[in-house]
Design a protein. Structure first.
Length: 350
């Protein structure tokens, strides 16, 4: 009985745990690749190699784990996969348009500011979900008010981390302040475009997963088309000499394998599964954690100072996230999201 209760509790907590781990891995990956860009590594070439690795990993998993459960692939599903591969989201995490824009943006702005831009996806996805009737906006209900308040608090905390320093907690020096330059404007424009691409991907992915509920197979197709699209663009704008990656103490190989197998591969599938089970607003609600994790890692690994504004902002991010997730968990109207909210099906089908 105790084991059964533990497993039942784990199934309930599984989407929350997986999305937290997803943001943790993403923050580490952001810091890793930004350090490589300063050494002359082409971001587009790096994306291509990552997507090739992701396609191989996901294809193998799909072959062994969904061999007898994979629905027939129709032309309609292939077209959806092609478009979603172009839009694919999650910061450097997924394919083509979004990944290229967000990856290149790191050449112009720091990862912290990109994290702030990505935090905007939660309110944008919420509005898109309301527009596409995947969420119902209920101002008079406690859950509806809690959702909007949670988003506002979380977004405010994320902005406070960057915009308000406050007194320094340690004596180290925080990185350079944000200045409005041509490079900064280019980086911001790319981040905005990448975030919008991410938002539409989150909304449409839930619909496609209902049509083709084979997570590994679908994400493998998305990565396959994304790899082709990225390779074509890269071949047009990047000289042939840049395709040969540098070693840089093994960091380039680590970035390709970690970014391909874990971020674009496994984490991509995890996000797809969570969207299918809990809806796009649920998955986007965890994006503020990226800022908190980035702040922690930059403080610990890079020696940046911790400021009072960062600590207060992180607290607000967590409070806002908790409030939003509380509202989602206590939502009595299961039709409020246009997806299957059951989490009883396993993450990996036997």
């Amino acid at each position: 009985m105790e084991l059964r209760g533990f497993m039942s509790g784990f199934e309930i907590c599984k989407p929350y745990l997986l999305m937290t781990i997803f943001e943790l891995c993403l923050s580490l990956f952001l810091i890793l690749i930004q350090s490589l860009f300063s050494k002359g590594i082409s971001p587009l070439v790096l994306v291509v190699y990552q997507e090739i690795v992701a396609t191989i990993v996901l294809s193998l998993l799909a072959f062994f784990l969904e061999k007898n459960k994979r629905p027939p692939i129709s032309f309609k599903i292939v077209c959806y996969a092609f478009v979603l591969g172009l839009l694919q989201s999650s910061i450097l995490t997924q394919i083509a348009l979004s990944q290229m824009l967000l990856t290149i943006a790191l050449q112009f702005v720091e990862s912290t500011y990109e994290s702030i831009g990505l935090n905007l996806q939660t309110p944008i996805i919420f509005l898109l979900a309301v527009f596409f009737r995947q969420e119902k906006l209920r101002f008079r209900s406690i859950n509806g008010l809690a959702k909007m308040l949670g988003i506002a608090i979380s977004a405010s905390g994320a902005l406070a981390i960057v915009l308000w320093k406050g007194p320094a907690i340690s004596k180290l020096t925080w990185g350079s302040s944000f200045q409005v330059t041509t490079d900064a404007v280019i980086g911001v424009v790319m981040i905005v475009a990448g975030v919008l691409s991410t938002c539409f991907w989150n909304i449409f992915m839930g619909h496609v997963m209902r049509l083709y509920p084979a997570g590994f197979s679908l994400t493998a197709m998305l990565n396959f088309f994304g790899a082709i699209q990225t390779a074509v663009v890269t071949a047009l704008v990047v000289p042939r000499s840049s395709w040969e990656l540098k070693w840089e103490g093994g960091l380039v190989l680590l970035a390709v394998l970690f970014g391909g197998a874990i971020i674009s591969g496994i984490c991509n599938f995890v996000m797809t599964w969570c969207i299918h089970k809990k809806g796009p607003v649920f998955t986007s609600a965890f994006s503020p954690l990226l800022i908190v994790f980035s702040f922690i890692f930059q403080t610990i690994l890079l020696g940046n100072s911790a400021y009072l504004g960062s600590i207060v902002g992180a607290v607000f991010v967590v409070l806002g996230l908790y409030l939003l997730l509380w509202a989602k968990a206590n939502d009595s109207d299961k039709e409020e999201i246009g997806v299957d909210v059951s989490i009883n099906s396993p993450l990996i089908q036997p």
